[in-house]
Write a protein that binds this ligand. Structure first.
Ligand code: 5AD
Ligand code: SF4
Length: 438
């Protein structure tokens, strides 16, 4: 029996897919990358913006042909869109066999069995609870691992559907995380990414007191662990301790993803972000003061309801002032059930797209200028494998997740190698191995 899984959206979903695959393997399934050879097809979906959802409808629609030809293949839809849409997915696509929510992953094998026994489509979406075994996964990569440390979100930013589909914050106990990372390192993992919608809230819901910087301190002591990444940090509770620990430990990446969302205090307030532009700039200043080479990346939303040209220009100014290495920019997308979806929105979509393009142009030139500063410098790169570009090129990532392409043998995959940057693009770098291969 073979299982095919396709993952959309964020790294938390990637991690959930590894968990789903682990459970399926325990039932005797084998992972396949060939959809036409699968007995079960799972789409692990995203719903953070409307576009993700529209694409999903296209994807599910495409599966109809497969189901028509092979009646026994099971079609299962999981993830945030299932959590949001529930039975509606089966109403719209009656050939779907199982719809399961993000909090129903542990019972997924049971749902498949029930579907096979009863012959009826099943929708199982619960709103509370927690997967106590979230760390038991079938890892896709042998040298990198995704580790969820806090699941859900309590922030209720007014535009965001995540707290509705992922539930409230639930931290995994530090002992479990540390034990898990130690085991992974023994198995050859050199890089981990600690994941959470807001890692800075880590531990607030646990009986014993533990902060995110405390957890980082412990994890970074694990011998053999070469690189620790983490995301996402919320500016409202970004602590000084965190900056200190990032500076002090060599194996914690000098990369902070700190979503700004908007550069006007009025918009930030309406977004319920709980910080001001000044608070944000103060954090940036302390990061830059304490960690000289620290990559800072961000998320920005353009065209939030009530945002005027003047507010957008404030965002643009702030982007120029901070000079983010990279920014993930989005046009505001109303999500049913959120507070912002009920707010008055006078700006036309065409106007918003114009602002979005303006921001993109400014940010792209900043990203390029910042990348240019790296030329001639040497960095540690984790080799991820052959580059899709071919020509004997490898692809690897620097500690801030920047992609570097360079010539080398694919036997280096999974190793950290020194690379000198020789060429610079807006979104990736070119380099040369500073190292003799034997
Ligand atoms: N519209 C546009 N962008 C959104 N994001 C979250 N919700 C929305 C929305 N409704 C963006 C935020 C967040 C990132 C993951 O997605 O910038 O940080
Ligand atoms: Fe959404 Fe805000 Fe939570 Fe991030 S912090 S997941 S933007 S509610």
């Amino acid at each position: 029996m073979k299982a095919y899984i396709e993952t959309f959206g964020c790294q938390m979903n990637e991690s959930d897919s590894e968990r789903i695959m682990y459970l399926l393997e325990n039932q005797g399934y084998e992972k396949t990358n060939d959809i036409s050879d699968s007995d079960i097809i799972i789409l692990n979906t995203c719903t953070v913006r409307e576009k993700a959802r529209n694409k999903l409808y296209g994807h599910i629609g495409n599966l109809k042909k497969i189901k028509y030809k092979r009646k026994d293949v099971l079609i299962c839809i999981g993830g945030c869109a299932s959590q949001d849409l529930k039975e509606k997915i089966i109403e719209d696509f009656p050939f779907v066999d199982v719809v399961f929510g993000t909090l129903n992953i542990p019972e997924f094998p049971e749902l498949i069995k029930r579907r096979t026994l009863t012959g009826k489509s099943i929708c199982s979406v619960k709103t509370g609870g927690f997967d106590p075994d979230a760390l038991k996964v079938r890892r896709i990569c042998r040298f990198k691992a995704l580790i969820p440390i806090i699941i859900g979100c309590n922030n209720y930013c007014s535009y965001c559907i995540v707290p509705m589909v992922r539930g409230s914050e639930k931290s995994i106990e530090p002992e479990k995380i540390i034990k898990n990372v130690k085991e992974l390192v023994m198995q050859g993992v050199v890089e981990i990414a600690l994941l959470g919608q807001n890692v800075n809230s880590y531990g607030k819901d646990l009986k014993q007191t533990c902060t995110f910087s405390g957890l980082l301190g412990e994890v970074s002591k694990i011998e053999g662990l070469e690189r620790i990444r983490f995301m996402t940090s919320h500016p409202k509770d970004f602590s000084k301790d965190l900056i200190d620990i990032i500076r002090d430990r060599d194996n914690i990446t000098k990369h902070i993803h700190l979503p700004l969302q908007a550069g006007s205090d009025k918009t930030l307030k309406e977004m319920n972000r709980n910080y001001t532009v000044k608070d944000y700039l103060d954090i940036i200043e302390s990061i830059r003061e304490k960690i000289p080479r620290c990559t800072i990346t961000t998320d920005i939303i353009v065209g939030f309801p009530g945002e005027r040209r003047k507010d957008f220009l404030d965002t643009l100014d702030l982007v120029k002032k901070v000079r983010f290495n990279r920014a993930f920019t989005f046009v505001y997308s109303p999500r049913a059930g959120t507070r912002a979806a009920k707010m008055e929105d006078k700006i036309q979509p065409g106007e918003k797209r114009k602002w979005f393009k303006e921001l993109l142009e400014v940010q792209n030139s900043i990203s390029y200028e910042e990348n240019k500063k790296l030329a001639g410098k040497k960095f540690k790169v984790l080799v991820e494998g052959k580059s899709a570009k071919g020509g004997g090129m490898l692809e690897g990532r620097m500690d801030d997740n920047t992609i570097v392409n360079f010539k080398g043998s694919s036997t280096l995959t999974g190793r950290m190698v020194p690379v000198i940057i020789t060429g610079v693009k807006t979104f990736y770098l070119k380099g040369e191995l500073d190292y003799k291969e034997d």
